[in-house]
Design a protein around this ligand. Structure first.
Ligand SMILES: Nc1ncnc2c1ncn2[C@@H]1O[C@H](COP(=O)(O)OP(=O)(O)OP(=O)(O)O)[C@@H](O)[C@H]1O
Ligand SMILES: [Mg+2]
Length: 240
């Protein structure tokens, strides 16, 4: 069976800045692919291109056998790609149930159906007791869960997670990892940007490393941790 997502040689320019300059990534079905790279490497831009939030300048994105590069966000979402945001969306004045219902409406146009789907999703991510809490009153960890719930409520085949562990305590991060395993257990494919390597290494099936817009490594977590080019991207050139 072919990969669920295949990104080939993606380019994205903002004026003269080459934010992506040869980004390639393959995500196998049902697996977790970790996307790592130094600050400003282009990880969030890569997610923006894949999800249709922005158009790539050149390159190919094949999702589930069809080319999707340049398609608008709402069409990509309907095809089955959902994304969370590095800077959490506030949903300040919405309750958890209302915010997740917005996601569920995509596939359930009747409000009562969307509410029921949202309620299920909220239970699944562990926010059940907070379904009537306003977004602004949630802790960081719960805001991140809300982001994941809103994305899951669109019933994606592919979930793009942008630093959902950032700012969590070690205990909260562990709980988040348990949730990721449950999401994988439902057959959903995950591509995840994460800076905390200790969190990513045990759960990632595959690692892709982006540096200055270019994919410089693709392989197992173990190989990534021992790859000279990866180490140099993070630490600078070896001192001679
Ligand atoms: N809308 C935009 N307009 C202009 N430049 C942008 C835009 N979005 C991103 N950039 C630039 O593109 C480059 C890649 O940014 P991006 O946010 O994708 O990196 P990142 O790998 O997600 O970084 P971080 O680890 O800090 O989140 C940066 O130089 C950034 O300043
Ligand atoms: Mg980013």
């Amino acid at each position: 069976m072919s990969a669920l997502l295949d990104v080939e040689n993606l380019q994205k320019r903002f004026g003269s800045l080459r934010a992506l300059d040869g980004f390639s990534l393959t995500a196998e079905r049902g697996k977790l692919t970790g996307l790592i790279g130094p600050n400003g490497a282009g990880k969030t831009t890569a997610f923006a291109c894949i999800s249709g939030a922005t158009k790539p300048t050149a390159g190919k994105i094949v999702f589930d056998g069809g080319e999707i590069e340049g398609k608008p966000y709402h069409r990509v979402a309907r095809l089955g790609i959902a994304r969370t945001y590095q800077v959490v969306q506030t949903f300040a004045e919405m309750t958890v149930l209302e915010a997740v219902t917005v996601g569920a409406l995509m596939r359930h146009p009747r409000l009562s159906d969307a509410r029921a789907k949202a309620a299920d999703t909220i239970e699944f991510v562990g926010l059940g007791p907070k379904r009537d809490t306003l977004g602004k009153s949630l802790t960081i960890a719960d805001k991140k869960r809300l982001e994941v719930a809103r994305a899951l409520a669109t019933e994606p085949a592919l979930l793009l997670l942008d630093e959902v562990m950032a700012g969590l305590t070690p205990a909260e991060a562990q709980a988040a990892v348990a949730l990721l395993r449950e999401i994988l257990g439902r057959g959903i494919t995950i591509v995840m940007v994460e800076h905390v390597m200790e969190v990513l290494m045990p759960i990632a099936d595959h690692i892709v490393v982006l540096s200055a817009g270019k994919t410089i490594f693709s392989g197992t977590p173990h190989a990534a941790a021992n790859d000279p080019a990866v180490l140099e991207a993070y630490l600078g050139p070896p001192i001679t």
